[in-house]
Design a protein around this ligand. Structure first.
Ligand SMILES: Cc1cc2nc3c(=O)[nH]c(=O)nc-3n(C[C@H](O)[C@H](O)[C@H](O)COP(=O)(O)OP(=O)(O)OC[C@H]3O[C@@H](n4cnc5c(N)ncnc54)[C@H](O)[C@@H]3O)c2cc1C
Length: 442
């Protein structure tokens, strides 16, 4: 059922991507007599937003250092549009300079390798440097689970079989491989096991590649989509209509196809799955995900878990107090999306400021019922289906006190239908993404 239409959503997202507390109310409640140091690990949509809002809502009383291994962030959002040359890498490269200049975030480039200490924490970087702080926020995104023949521990063949699921050089590599395809060639791709980042993303990619083959290679070529799930996991009608309609001569969708290994031969790459072996000139494996490596290294993943458990009112780790985990890396039961990462960051920033202001080391303090009932998060994805048409999906989540978790708000789930994709959505996609990029990074 669609309660929010596309235009309403665009108006809402223009105001803010998501909010838990009105900053002026928050400041009035807590005053300004507090001081603390926070280190944020990871400058993606989650980490950048949290660093910005800690400075914005916490005034100058909180020293915020954000550390990322890269000099700027390359957005996964819109990155499928690099594959068909709709955008170039500059369009999705987001510098950190505004966070420094406009809000006073201290930005450091480096890889965080460890966090030691209890009340006072020491963050260790790979260059041997350390930073002392009171709170640590981990926002490292994802790491990939091993696939025999592709990724085994630290070794991988991603330079031959790209994932292009962490945007950057991988995106350019997959684009170049797609562009090298001749008429009659096949593009094989795999869908990761749920939960994974951007639920419609793999199906969206299949459409973008199929559209490219249709336009550039005269429709002479194939896209094989190997899905471990029994059916398309999200926007089912939209993607089934695309696969069986406009792309019926190009896309072969294979359900129940769990990837077991890959083989790389001269001229072809083979995906070996529970539904058979599939060979193509290009093989795009998007392996199943787990939390970014630092989360596992710090022992914040229970045995056998892929994502880190957190308290949904603050995003504090349920395993190690004083460490917060936001964005794709946590197991909050909400969709893994940049829009959601931005939302979670605001809830986390609000909780940390309240803890700092109250000089409370316990998240119980932020479980005040008046605060809990305000907690809302939001997710949204736009999926290009053709060169200039897209589909749309959004959902709102609210805190549920009975089991301390975020639950989908009834009737808030909205997606485009009749038609499932159109030009208006495609244009709105850029208004929405610009708003989200700016809300997170500038
Ligand atoms: C093709 C595609 C399309 C998508 N489309 C949408 C969409 O339409 N809407 C939407 O909302 N979302 C979309 N997403 C999902 C979205 O990109 C992710 O959910 C989002 O990037 C998650 O943000 P994050 O901050 O948790 O992680 P990331 O964006 O991965 O950021 C993590 C950061 O941490 C850094 N890092 C990791 N470990 C360390 C360390 N130890 N030390 C220092 N730095 C570290 C990394 O360098 C990185 O910059 C899409 C994703 C893909 C792949």
């Amino acid at each position: 059922m669609t309660q929010i239409n596309r235009r309403d959503f665009i108006k809402l997202t223009g105001a803010s991507a998501a909010l838990v507390a009105v900053p002026s109310v928050l400041k009035a409640e807590i005053g300004s007599a507090y001081e603390a140091r926070v280190v944020v690990v990871g400058g993606g949509f989650a980490g950048a937003t949290l660093a910005k809002y800690l400075c914005l809502w916490g005034d100058a009383n909180i020293q915020v250092t954000m550390i990322d291994k890269n000099p700027n962030h390359v957005s996964c959002i819109l990155s499928n549009l690099i594959l068909n040359d709709r955008l170039n890498m500059n369009d999705i490269t987001l510098p950190y300079t505004s966070l420094q200049d406009n809000y006073g975030v201290i930005v450091r480039q480096g890889l965080v390798t460890d966090v030691t200490g209890d009340d006072v924490k020491i963050v260790h970087l790979d260059d041997g440097d350390t930073i002392t702080c009171d709170y640590v926020v981990l926002a490292p995104g994802i790491e990939f689970i091993d696939v025999p023949g592709l990724k085994e521990g630290a070794a991988n063949n991603f330079d031959v079989v790209p994932h292009a699921w962490i945007a950057g050089p991988q995106t350019e590599l997959l684009r170049d491989q797609l562009h090298s395809m001749q008429q009659g060639d096949t593009f094989v791709m795999t869908v990761p096991q749920s939960p994974y980042r951007c639920p419609p993303g793999p199906y969206e990619r299949a459409c973008v590649v199929a559209d490219y083959i249709k336009r550039v290679n005269d429709g002479d070529g194939h896209v094989i989509v190997l899905d471990p799930h029994p059916e398309v996991t999200i926007e089912k009608e939209t993607f089934e209509q695309a696969f069986n309609g406009i792309y019926k001569d190009i896309v072969n969708y294979v359900p129940n196809a769990t990837l077991q290994s890959i083989e790389i031969n001269p001229g072809e790459k083979i995906a070996k799955t529970t539904a058979g072996d599939y060979a193509g000139k290009v093989l795009n494996v998007i392996p199943t995900h787990k939390s970014g490596k630092i989360v596992e290294d710090l022992g914040l993943l229970p045995v056998g878990a892929r994502f880190a458990p957190v308290d949904s009112a603050s995003y504090e780790s349920t395993i190690r107090p004083g460490i917060f985990i936001i964005g794709d890396a946590n197991d909050s039961g909400q969709p893994k999306s940049g829009h959601m990462a931005n939302s979670q960051a605001k809830v986390g920033a609000d909780a940390i400021i309240r803890m700092i202001a109250s000089k409370s080391s316990s998240v119980d303090f932020v479980h005040d019922p008046a605060r809990l009932e305000k907690i809302r998060t939001n997710s949204a994805c736009y999926s290009p289906i053709t060169y200039d048409e897209a589909s749309f999906l959004t959902a709102v989540f609210a805190y549920e006190t009975t089991n301390n978790s975020m639950k989908l708000v009834q009737d808030s789930f909205a997606s485009s239908n009749s038609p499932h994709w159109n030009k208006d959505n495609f244009e709105d996609m850029f208004i929405w993404s610009e708003s989200l990029f700016s809300n997170s990074f500038t």
